[in-house]
Structure formats: structure tokens, C-alpha cells
Design a protein around this ligand. Sequence first.
Ligand code: RP5
Length: 181
Amino acid sequence: MAIRSAGRTRKTGAAPRRSARRGAQRRVAILMGSASDWDTMKPAAEVLEELGVASDVRVISAHRTPARHRAYVTKAEANGIDVIIAGAGGAAHLAGVTAALTLLPVLGVPIDSSPLQGLDALLATVQMPGGIPVGTLAIGRVGAKNAGLLAAAILARRDPAVRAALARFRERQTASIPVRP
Ligand code: RP5
């Protein structure tokens, strides 16, 4: 399987990278437990790109690549990342372990990749014990899109350009809703 990213085709297994603008600083990290999660997580990258926010997309598994995970997350804030989105399926601990390793806000996306169709990932992601929060979105592509929008809303508190882009997004969305079916 091949995946498209930033105008090039990559083989599954290689970490997809994406930047909204060439040379723009990547401010939102989009992590996923497997390259097989990319189709589900892509809406997060797409909506951020639409809003002009650069993202850094990585395949990082808390259990298959723990050293890669720790190295990336512990340096994320120093590398200019403001928000981390973490999507995983099954016994999904990626978002929770990510949140434990950083003070950055972490948004979790449960992925429907298992026989339980994401219910397992939803419970694993949302049911964090008190002390280490994960902001959990809906299961699947809708959750990924909303994670991108919520990350942008967090950035918008201090970034007027992102706030204006979000406002335009809402206006376009409202205008696209027909009055009658
Ligand atoms: C999880 O296991 C990943 O997030 C993915 O959703 C699921 C299946 O991964 P693969 O076996 O397809 O790599 O860790």
C-alpha cells in the first residue's frame, strides 16, 4: 500500500510527514500507532493544512517503538510543537503515554482498526485516571478532523491568523448547509 503525503507517494511503513506551507514551522504533531492508521488520521492533517497550520505527521507506537516515542515527545515542546494529536487503535495507550511525557495538550483519536471497531480504543483513550488528561475526540476520521480543528482552536487563542482562518472555516461550513434537503 502506498500513501500520498505532501505531493509524494510513500510506501506504508515510512513515517508520513506533512507541512501546510513549505518551510513553515510545524506546530501540531500528529502521531499514530501504525502506518495503517494514516487513512483515518489524514483528516487532521488536511483540516490543519486548510487553516494554514503546519503539522508534523509521524508513525510512533508507544509499544512497538517506545524509544522513538519517548525521544520525539520529550523534545516536542523544545522543537516548537504546541499541541500533540495521538491516534491509535486496539488497547490504545499512545495518547495517554504521550500525555505522561509532556506538558503539551494531547488530543486522542480512537481508531476503529480492531474487531471491536474502536470501542476498545475509545475506552482506553478516554478513561485516563485523574492526573494525566487526554482530550479525547470521536472514533475514526470524524474524530481526527475534530482533533485538527480543536488543535487550531488552542493555537487561535494566541494567533490571530489561525483565529481568522477558523472563523472563515466556520463561515464556509455554515454557508454550505442547505436550507432544505
Ligand atoms: C495499534 O494497532 C495501531 O494504532 C493500529 O490501529 C493497530 C493495528 O496496527 P497494525 O497491526 O495495522 O500495524 O497499535
